[in-house]
Ligand binder design. Structure first.
Ligand code: BDP
Length: 607
């Protein structure tokens, strides 16, 4: 049960209680809490909401920038009628490391801040009374975990996070926490793979895992509540005679009901919503249900004022409304897997997701945003370090957890396995091969794999692009390179590089996973200057001209959906301003430029 990443659902046999709300909280800069017994009770605690990042809740800089150990604590009640069941606590995520205690006993630990995990607490909880849940957490960055970074100790002894990536190191319990009661014999996982028959039928090949011997039965129920297919056995095929397919921006969802049966008795029941669709690359194009689709959308962040990266349903709703308004059909979960609620909303709204593992910051010269702009190159090679083997173990574990969690979402069409890593030497190739092979092995749907290629990994020197099923480029011609008055020369250089990609792409599609220009939502200037809204528009028009003149470009995801928080620095004015929307989700001028383009481009553009 510990490893089951099924989304928590109440069914005939399962009970779920939310533990979200105000929790007790305490910083532990000297890492003394464990020794002092804080796992059993937190002295002089503060109060913070869960889910939320802690950084922007307070008014002092020490709290915002805090790096090190910290504690969360709450009490929860276990109903007496749950006796005899398996009892679990399920964390949507805990950033970046957590040790979990119940009534003072350690029950589990987890490393990696963006994927869920369970604590099995059956044997440590007291029934029909209150129990104590405590987490000893840590948000330090290192070179052996993703996202990569370092932790500095300043002259005055304080620790400081040094991300090798361009977003704020938001931490805490940022996603929902649930108390669950499951039957002892239960469903632990399921997978689906889709085939479309020539006679208009659809076939859903499924597997179900349980922790017991009894057989399972599966039903597929349509949106009107009618059962359209049934099958029994832990592996099998559901045949849907007249399927309604899940289409881009026109989603149709079925409910899959899985039951462990013993005669008429139902031991366990799990329900989920799935969409029937195929996704593949055919003749250099993305095909959804056999039809070409051009990707229009964003690289995004889970980021908003005050709550930081904490799941916030109103913000999530607003983001999807804005994406619909602007004519987008896709996004990348840059630079980490998002909260599960995001994928369920994408399933319902018909958005296509490139799901990204938190493998960012794997480039010594990207040690901070200043280096990113300056491009210092005399650093040791990232994938030849002593720390690389340990990093690979953690990276693969995150890939496993991501695919295990997200594999049944119709919205998820591809895996992005790294963002902007070094790619120009053989050790990188060897590292990449292991991650790419592992993803292929794990994914029942064999979705296309890619990684976001940094600007200085050009087609002539990149030694990893050949592993991608499609090529994803992060390109900043006209912003980091040849910017401002030099924009026309940026276009020439950009076109030359695209000709280079055409030579090595070997029939594969190319998309842009990043392009963008920092822009102040307040600044207008005629003629334009960099950072003005006029310049953002000119920059975009240049990029569009390039995209439109190469038929093998099959998608554009601009950086970024909205302005977002980063660390402090001389090239970031209270965050990254490449948003098409401001951080409070209002349109910059560029939003209207995109809206015009994307609402006019046909879904099968260049198909
Ligand atoms: C790319 C990164 C992204 C940054 C962006 C930028 O993938 O995380 O925010 O550039 O500089 O290097 O705006």
């Amino acid at each position: 049960m510990k490893k089951s990443l099924l989304y928590p659902r109440v069914t005939a046999t399962r009970r779920v209680v939310s533990l979200d709300g105000f929790w007790r909280f305490k910083f532990d800069p000297s890492s003394e809490g464990l020794e002092k017994g804080w796992a059993a009770g937190l002295p002089e605690a503060l109060s913070v909401p869960v889910p939320s990042s802690f950084a922007d809740l307070f008014t002092d800089k020490e709290s915002r920038e805090y790096c090190g150990d910290f504690w969360y604590e709450t009490d929860f009640f276990v109903p007496g009628e749950w006796a005899g069941r398996e009892i679990l606590i399920r964390f949507g995520s805990a950033t970046h490391r957590a040790r979990v205690f119940v009534n003072g006993t350690e029950v589990t630990s987890h490393v990696g801040g963006f994927l869920p995990f369970n604590a099995v607490v059956t044997d440590v909880v007291k029934m029909n009374t209150t129990n104590r849940l405590s987490l000893l957490m840590n948000n330090e960055l290192s070179q052996t975990m993703i996202p990569c970074g370092a932790t500095a100790t300043l002259g005055d002894g304080r620790k400081m996070a040094q991300p090798y990536f361009d977003f704020f190191n938001y931490s805490g319990i940022q996603r929902p926490v649930k108390l669950m009661a499951l039957p002892k014999e239960s469903i632990t996982d399921y997978t689906t793979v889709y085939r479309l028959g020539e006679d208009g039928k659809a076939f859903v090949d499924y597997t179900v895992s349980t922790n017991g011997e009894h057989d399972v039965c599966i039903s597929l129920i349509d949106a009107d509540g009618k059962t359209v297919a049934q099958a029994c056995g832990k592996e099998g095929t559901l045949t849907v005679e007249k399927p309604v397919l899940w289409e881009v921006r026109n989603a149709y969802l079925y409910t899959i009901v899985i039951r462990i049966m013993d005669g008429e008795a139902v031991f366990d029941e799990y329900c989920d919503r799935i969409g029937i669709r195929t996704f593949e690359i055919v003749d250099g194009s993305f095909h959804l249900n056999g039809h070409p689709v051009y990707l229009k959308g964003f690289g995004r962040h889970e980021d908003a004022d005050i709550r930081g990266r904490g799941l916030d349903l109103p913000t999530l709703k607003r983001d999807f409304e804005l994406m619909k308004w602007i004519g987008a059909n896709s996004f990348r979960t840059s630079h980490y897997p998002y909260a599960e609620e995001v994928y369920y909303m994408a399933d319902e709204e018909g958005f296509l997701i490139i799901d990204e593992v938190p493998a960012v910051g794997m480039f010594e010269s990207l040690m901070n945003a200043v280096d990113a702009a300056g491009g210092s190159q005399d650093k040791p090679k990232w994938f030849e370090k002593e720390t690389t083997p340990e990093l690979l173990v953690h990276h693969k574990e995150c890939v496993r957890e991501m695919i295990s969690r997200d594999k049944n979402h119709p919205s998820v069409i591809a895996w992005s396995l790294l963002n902007e890593p070094e790619t120009t030497y053989d050790a990188a190739t060897r590292y990449f091969e292991q991650v790419f092979d592992y993803a292929r092995e794990l994914d029942p749907q064999k979705r296309p794999r890619t990684f976001a290629i940094i600007g200085n990994s050009t087609p002539d020197i990149c030694k990893c692009q050949q592993l991608c099923d499609f090529i994803s480029l992060n390109r900043y011609f006209g912003w980091y390179f040849l910017n401002g008055f030099m924009l026309p020369t940026a276009e020439m250089a950009f076109r030359r590089e695209m000709e280079g990609w055409d030579k090595v792409r070997n029939g594969r599609p190319v998309i842009f996973t990043e392009f963008g220009a920092d822009t102040s939502a307040q600044l207008h200037k005629l003629p334009s200057v960099m950072w003005s809204q006029e310049y953002q528009d000119e920059y975009l028009e240049m990029n569009f001209r390039v995209f439109d003149s190469f038929d093998f470009v099959k998608g554009e995801q601009v950086w970024n959906f909205a302005d977002f928080q980063t660390g402090e620095g001389i090239i970031r004015m209270n965050g990254n301003k490449k948003g098409i929307f401001s951080r409070d989700r209002q349109p910059k001028d560029a939003a209207y430029v995109f809206r015009k383009r994307w609402t006019e481009l046909p879904v099968d553009y260049k198909g």
